[in-house]
Design a protein around this ligand. Structure first.
Ligand SMILES: [Zn+2]
Length: 271
């Protein structure tokens, strides 16, 4: 599943390619992706321009002239910018015909992604309970301390909870916990001030690094593959075999149903 860095990379890439282009026409091939009826969708979007590109958690927000298009990629959603001569794939579900003659195609093998239209200054209902952005000033020691004091769940699960902090998924949660030396099963309320300060710092550092890696990777293959948001960055714990610090075996366990990688030697379990 794309996490914050992938979503940000997709957004940045789209911004560089389609900013200020107009939507001339839309074709919806798989209707459930679009959470309103087709006629309303077309009426509100045709003739609108892609003016601004924003992100909230793992949501992409395309600000048009009069409305905002909210898009969630879920498991496998991807955007491609292609010439109209490229044949449709069976996984292309929504086609935006753009004023430069190209097509923005929403492609989704699993079909779990969703798009919704909201009024420009509306608060999207899904954002109501979403936690702060990791890069925002609201994600600070005081906030984390208060929230974590209520959490008996493993810190790994807390990091995946979008109501605690927005945008972190399974891969980066493992990387963050490795970086701060905390065992994924440590209850959230056992982290002390120093752990929390490290957690905030490392979260930002790791996400920033991933966004940078994503930009580099995507630029190198955009022309053939489009905006997939999938790229390789160097991971230290997630799906690794040996700990890069102590060389012992990386362990894999399941936490809250998610495959979790950690080093038993370098990551402390606080009881
Ligand atoms: Zn280790």
């Amino acid at each position: 599943m794309p996490e914050l860095p992938e979503v940000q990379t997709v957004l940045d890439t789209l911004e560089s390619k389609i900013k200020d282009l107009e939507i001339i026409n839309i074709k919806i091939l798989y209707k459930p992706i679009v959470e309103c009826n087709e006629r309303t969708y077309k009426k509100k979007l045709i003739g609108q321009h892609f003016r601004d590109f924003k992100r909230r958690g793992k949501y992409l927000l395309f600000e048009m002239d009069d409305v905002t298009l909210v898009s969630h990629l879920r498991m496998e959603g991807k955007y491609f910018i292609l010439d109209d001569t490229v044949p449709l794939s069976k996984h292309d579900h929504v086609i935006f015909y753009l004023s430069d003659g190209k097509q923005l195609r929403y492609n989704d093998v699993r079909k779990f992604g969703r798009m919704e239209l909201i009024e420009k200054d509306d608060d999207y209902k899904e954002f109501k309970d979403l936690g702060p952005e990791p890069f925002s000033a609201d994600f600070n020691l005081e906030y984390c301390k208060k929230e974590l004091s209520k959490k008996k769940l493993p810190i790994k699960s807390v990091l995946l909870d979008q109501n605690f902090v927005a945008g972190i998924g399974n891969i980066y949660a493992d990387e963050i916990l490795f970086a701060i030396g905390i065992h994924p099963l440590t209850p959230g309320n056992k982290l002390d001030d120093d752990d929390i300060k490290k957690l905030i710092r490392e979260t930002r550092k790791i996400l920033k690094k991933a966004i940078k890696a994503g930009g580099t990777t995507i630029r190198s293959y955009t022309s053939s593959l489009g905006v997939t948001g999938r790229f390789q960055m160097s991971l230290r714990a997630h799906t690794m075999e040996k700990c890069p610090l102590c060389k012992s075996d990386i362990k894999k366990i399941t936490v809250g149903g998610r495959g979790t990688y950690f080093c038993e030697n370098c990551q402390v379990l606080k009881p």
